[in-house]
Design a protein around this ligand. Structure first.
Ligand code: SF4
Length: 107
């Protein structure tokens, strides 16, 4: 398995695990949830940042421009909110202007 394929496998496994932890109807209100800290071990593993503009596009595995949490397929909650739940970080919220290496385009 190549280095990139292994990394993507690990990231997708994290997505699947996070999805298993979320139960429909049991979503906490975003305003009551703590924010993901960039210093969290999970955040660091996913290269999460509160400000996507600090990440050079060339360093991303997916070269699509304008990647932020707000336009990621894994973000939850209401459009337009500054902080929103994310399937990768159960029980916490991420910055709408943030980004992590698991970013995926909406279908
Ligand atoms: Fe979650 Fe997507 Fe933001 Fe990563 S880029 S923290 S997966 S919303």
């Amino acid at each position: 398995m190549s280095k990139i394929a292994r990394r993507q496998f690990i990231q997708l496994s994290a997505v699947a695990a996070a999805g298993c932890m979320m139960r429909p109807g049991q979503e906490a209100q975003a305003q009551d949830m703590p924010k993901v800290e960039e210093s969290d071990s999970m955040a660091q593993a996913m290269k999460y940042t509160n400000d996507a503009s600090t990440v050079a596009p060339a360093s991303r595995a997916n070269p699509a421009p304008e990647q932020t949490c707000a336009n990621c397929a894994l973000v939850q909650g209401e459009d337009g909110a500054d902080w929103r739940p994310c399937q990768i970080f159960p029980g916490k919220v991420v910055a709408a202007k943030g980004w992590c290496s698991v970013w995926a385009p909406k279908a």
